[in-house]
Ligand binder design. Structure first.
Ligand SMILES: NC(=O)c1ccc[n+]([C@@H]2O[C@H](COP(=O)([O-])OP(=O)(O)OC[C@H]3O[C@@H](n4cnc5c(N)ncnc54)[C@H](OP(=O)(O)O)[C@@H]3O)[C@@H](O)[C@H]2O)c1
Length: 212
């Protein structure tokens, strides 16, 4: 797959690296320095390169949106038309100091994003795990008992793309249903963050749902 990374920070930088190592073609975009994008592409090895958000979006089979909520308008302005593009978002609608959600309960960041794009194909995924665990999960990928990763969306084809990306990153995808379920998955992340950053076992943690 050709994957465009919009926001090459903790989440985008790591997931882009993982997907490049898994054999995908990755374009890293949207950081404050071109040097950082070049280094990410170099270090990811595989088929990775730096680019502008527009270049990342062009011909992409999937885009990962991984920017702070306050940067959403800016990055969308730079990508150009995203109608019909598969967008996997891990971006949470957090306030400026990351202490709370600015959208919740009656809508979600993922739904608001979908409203901004004509013919949206948005999937909410990856936002429920801390960036610190991503490489560990990827490296442990062949073992049994993979951690779960919930995802949701309204477009079947986009969800199939997300499933592939979730599996390639070493997680077990759990379909949580339509995009409006992001109203529950986004606040769930605040629980995960509490355990990861305020607990005493460190942020290298993920979760697993079990059915009996
Ligand atoms: N971090 C986590 O563990 C985690 C977990 C779940 C969900 N999320 C969500 O995922 C999203 C991304 O989080 P993150 O932690 O990856 O954020 P981050 O590390 O701050 O990455 C954001 C990216 O946006 C770039 N950026 C910021 N301002 C910019 C500007 N003015 N011009 C160009 N580029 C700019 C940053 O550039 P630089 O690289 O130069 O800083 C960085 O590459 C957020 O919505 C967050 O809520 C994060």
């Amino acid at each position: 797959m050709r994957i465009g990374i919009l926001g090459s920070g903790l989440m985008g930088g790591k997931l882009g690296t993982i997907w490049a190592r898994a054999g995908h073609e990755v374009v890293f975009s949207y950081a404050r320095s071109d040097e950082k994008l070049k280094k990410l592409a170099r270090d990811a090895k595989g088929k990775a390169r730096p680019g502008s958000p527009r270049e990342a979006a062009q011909e992409a089979d999937a885009l990962l949106l991984a920017v702070h909520w306050s940067r959403l308008d800016d990055v969308l302005k730079q990508t150009g038309d995203l109608s019909g593009k598969v967008i996997v978002t891990c971006s949470l609608p957090m306030n400026a100091d990351d202490t709370g959600l600015v959208i919740a309960h009656t809508s979600s960041g993922a739904e608001e994003l979908a409203k901004m794009i004509p013919k949206p194909r948005v999937v909410s995924a990856f936002g429920t795990v801390p960036s610190e665990v991503l490489f560990d999960v990827y490296e442990a990928k062949r073992k049994t008992g993979r951690p779960s990763l919930v995802y949701c969306g309204d477009d079947k084809r986009a969800k199939a793309v997300a499933v592939e990306l979730i599996r390639d990153a070493g997680f077990d995808p759990v379909d949580a249903g339509p995009l409006r379920i992001a109203r529950y998955t986004e606040p769930f992340t605040l629980l995960v963050a509490q355990l990861a950053y305020e607990g005493n076992r460190g942020p290298e943690m993920a979760y697993r749902f079990e059915w009996f």
